[in-house]
Design a protein around this ligand. Structure first.
Ligand code: FMN
Length: 422
């Protein structure tokens, strides 16, 4: 089956298309399980609808959230989502992906605290908030000109003016992460995410097989930075530590992680699952599974109909891969709360797929990304039992991504704006 726009009128057609690819798409009409609570550590999350991180490009110059950033999250909280995984927040200035990316500092931590309070107020005091912490690495661009900070030189994703970060700098950067984790705790968030996905620095290190020194070569060296940060943070903070983890990135070996060495369209999950087990053993209780690299395999992260790089596979193959990764992660780390991803392309059938995956024990919480931007009331419609309306669903046109990444403008959903004008 080739890449086709979403044309399914009923779920039978959707499952049939998946079966033609040799994959079982789980589905159940009753999605009530999404309204049931779940515990993460000591805290109960009121339902299983989680808003996935979507970078807004609308921070203030000092990295603090603007009124617009806060309003985006309050809208999601008002509509009933149990958890919000707040977009990537840089741990230092050099690692910002752009001058309007959030960046947490000792000076502006108060503004993050206020944002969390506003979210709680909007969500009846009961929203689980996770702050995603990152260094953009190869995609760093703090002042309007790319300043790639790379783990290694990649033939697959070459960068002009790349700088290979030294072992000493990586060690110092671990301290920046721990400092940011302490600040997130001070600001009152429930959890932090040490972001290890989508080709950003920590994730890129996983593929640094040809890098010399302490952070390259062996598996232990390549995952060192992530594990060091977790160990150091655990000895100094009490906040729940989560990880958004790429298990496969779709980039040819040796530059890719979780890929078959001969065929980068296929997975080899031996190392990613080993890492999942190590995270579990270290007490990481929250795992948000993802795949793909924005600049190389965006269709793997977020299957779409139009507007992005040419996919090497049908959208359902990416969705099934995401389900497989979450299922295997959960099997390898039953103590972890696992969040599933890439539900938006499925339109109004997304909740039924997520509900079936939860009932089967494949994962625990359903994460929705673009849907929350296009159709903010989607969580209310799921929870009320009315179901999502096709006319309001995200059309997966990549408009939001192109707005921020190509045009450098604040995040918007143009389709939603068109609908509200009619
Ligand atoms: C415009 C845009 C910005 C994103 N920003 C982030 C981010 O900051 N951190 C992250 O982990 N994922 C980010 N993602 C990926 C989403 O969290 C999510 O994994 C992806 O959209 C697939 O989920 P969906 O099919 O429900 O949209 C972004 C996606 C989009 C479209």
């Amino acid at each position: 089956m080739k890449v086709q726009p979403f044309r399914f009128e009923n779920v039978g057609q959707l499952c049939e298309a998946s079966a033609q690819l040799g994959m079982e798409l789980p589905y159940q009409a009753d999605s009530k399980v999404l309204g049931t609570p779940i515990k993460i550590g000591d805290k109960t999350v009121k339902n299983r609808i989680l808003i996935q991180p979507i970078e807004g490009f609308d921070s203030n110059a000092d990295g603090s959230p603007s009124e617009r950033s806060v309003a985006r999250y309050c809208e999601m909280a008002r509509n009933g989502a149990g958890a919000i995984w707040i977009e990537s927040v840089s741990v230092n200035e050099e690692g910002r992906s752009n001058g309007a990316q959030l960046w947490i500092t000792r000076e502006n931590v108060g503004s993050f605290e206020k944002m969390n309070q506003a979210i709680q107020q909007a969500g009846d005091g009961d929203v689980y908030t996770i702050l995603q912490l990152t260094h953009s690495g190869r995609y760093s661009n703090p002042h309007g000109t790319p300043r790639p900070v790379c783990a290694f030189h990649s033939e697959s994703i070459p960068k002009e003016n790349e700088r290979i970060i030294t072992d000493e700098e990586l060690e110092a950067l671990e301290e920046d992460y721990v400092e940011a984790i302490l600040l997130a705790q001070q600001a009152g968030f429930d959890a932090v995410d040490v972001r290890a996905c989508h080709g950003y620095l920590i994730n890129e290190l996983f593929a640094a097989v040809n890098r010399p020194g302490r952070y390259g070569g062996s598996f232990e060296n390549r995952v060192r930075m992530l594990l060091n940060i977790i160990d150091k943070a655990k000895s100094r903070c009490s906040i729940v530590i989560g990880v958004r983890l790429n298990m496969y990135d779709g980039v040819p070996y040796p530059d890719g992680w979780g890929v078959d060495h001969e065929d980068p369209t296929k997975m080899d999950l031996e190392e990613p699952l080993k890492l999942v087990r190590l995270l579990n053993a270290r007490g990481v209780r929250l795992l948000n599974v993802s795949n793909g690299i924005g600049a190389y395999s965006p269709f793997v992260i977020r299957p779409y109909d139009t507007g992005g790089l040419e996919p090497f596979e049908p959208q359902l193959a990416g969705i099934n891969r995401m389900l497989t990764c979450a299922r295997l992660a959960k099997q390898n780390a039953p103590d972890m709360i696992v969040v599933g991803s890439a539900l938006t392309w499925l339109r109004e059938f997304g909740p039924g797929v997520a509900a079936a995956a939860i009932e089967k024990g494949w994962y625990d919480i359903a994460g929705f990304g673009r849907q929350a931007l296009a159709y903010p009331e989607f969580s209310r419609d799921i929870l009320s039992g009315d179901g999502m309306r096709r006319s309001r669903c995200c059309v997966t046109c990549c408009g939001c991504t192109n707005m921020i990444k190509k045009q450098g403008k604040m995040l918007r959903c143009v389709m939603r704006e068109k609908l509200s004008k009619n």
